[in-house]
Design a binder for this molecule. Structure first.
Ligand SMILES: [Zn+2]
Ligand SMILES: [Zn+2]
Length: 351
């Protein structure tokens, strides 16, 4: 099969022939129809993560947001057969540990991250292998296209879990979203659909314009305004929920500081080379005002039905966030564009 192979960090991917994946006894092989190109791919491509011992290996295939058709299954797979249309979450669970059995497969004790670890090569390829298929594969409703869910297995589900399950956003809540890349735009659309009032924060005019298009009630240009003051003013005292969708020291602190008393911060973005996994926070102030600080990672496979039902009935429209579709040869160019934040909404690979 053809795949885009990472040979050197930060260098163009090598589009070449590689061996087809074979299904494990309880695994499946999926023919990739669409796969989002995500900032997490960019971090991996740059070689980030060595401080947390999760730098991706070289001679490796990235890509962790696939949707496609099942074309191979192991003998022990019960719930899926060849031809099934599926979406694959990046946060793969084992299906049998305590976390997985209690509906928390995204924090599986023996979990793997698709497209980041040697044992689970990614989906910038014609085919991708998926371990523990019965637990991890999610059936796509008949009326939903592969294109529309190309980022659901990572950015969109992450935003959904953060707002609907972790923070429990309710009608009328002011929800600040810091960073309007793929996961931030997803959070804005989802917050709007949940009846909340999203405030989009970014330093890029195009990103703010797109945020307004997909449901932001207010936009704050961080290159001009004091973000915390502006949000405190707009909301008459602070947001109920705030999401750091970027993972920088400044956005995390702004996100905490823009909350009202008893507000909830959700950390979705992972940090960069500058923070190396740790960000100082105003803990005395958070204690004084009883601020909740929540981490959120992916989404449990067990809760996909909720999200896909809302996509199927039109309540959520992840396809509206897709700004560009490219072929395998152009994936490198779109990763390079992320270096200068020069991307257009959610960009996806299609076959
Ligand atoms: Zn992603
Ligand atoms: Zn598990």
């Amino acid at each position: 099969m053809r795949a885009a192979v990472l040979r050197e960090y930060g260098e163009p991917l090598d589009v070449t022939e590689v061996p087809d994946p074979e299904p494990d006894p309880d695994g499946a092989v999926v023919a990739v129809e669409a796969c989002g190109i995500c900032r997490s791919d960019w971090h991996a491509w740059q070689g980030h993560g060595e401080w947390a011992d999760d730098q991706v290996p070289l001679d490796y295939v990235l890509g962790h947001e696939p949707a496609g058709r099942v074309i191979g299954i192991g003998d022990d797979v019960d719930r899926f057969s060849e031809g099934d249309r599926v979406v694959v979450p990046f946060s793969l669970g084992c299906g049998v540990c305590g976390e997985c059995r209690t509906g928390h497969g995204n924090t599986c004790e023996d979990g793997h991250a698709l497209g980041f670890e040697r044992d689970v090569p990614g989906a910038f390829a014609e085919k991708v292998g998926v371990p523990h298929a019965d637990h991890n594969l999610q059936t796509l409703p008949a009326g939903v296209s592969f294109r529309d869910v190309a980022a659901v297995g990572c950015r969109y589900m992450t935003a959904f879990h953060a707002l609907a399950h972790r923070a429990d956003v309710g009608g009328g809540d002011w929800v600040a979203v810091h960073g309007c890349g793929g996961v931030g735009l997803s959070a804005i659309q989802i917050a709007d659909a949940l009846g909340a009032r999203p405030i989009a924060v970014d330093v890029n005019d195009d990103a703010l314009a797109r945020a307004a298009d997909v449901g932001a009630s207010e936009v704050v240009d961080g290159s001009e305004a004091d973000v915390v003051e502006e949000i405190q003013d707009l909301t008459d005292g602070g947001a109920a929920v705030s999401v750091d969708a970027l993972g920088r020291a400044e956005t995390a602190r702004n996100s905490v500081r823009c909350l009202r008393s008893r507000g909830t911060h959700v950390q979705v973005g992972l940090t960069t080379d500058a923070e190396r996994g740790e960000i100082p926070l105003p803990t005395d102030w958070m204690t004084r005002w009883e601020i909740d600080w929540l981490g959120s990672r992916g989404m449990p496979p067990a809760r996909f039905d909720e999200l896909l039902a809302m996509v199927d009935d039109g309540t959520l429209d992840p396809g509206a966030l897709v700004g560009r579709e490219v072929g395998l040869e152009a994936v490198s160019d779109r990763l390079a564009a992320m270096t200068t934040y020069d991307t257009d909404g959610i960009e996806i690979l299609t076959f």
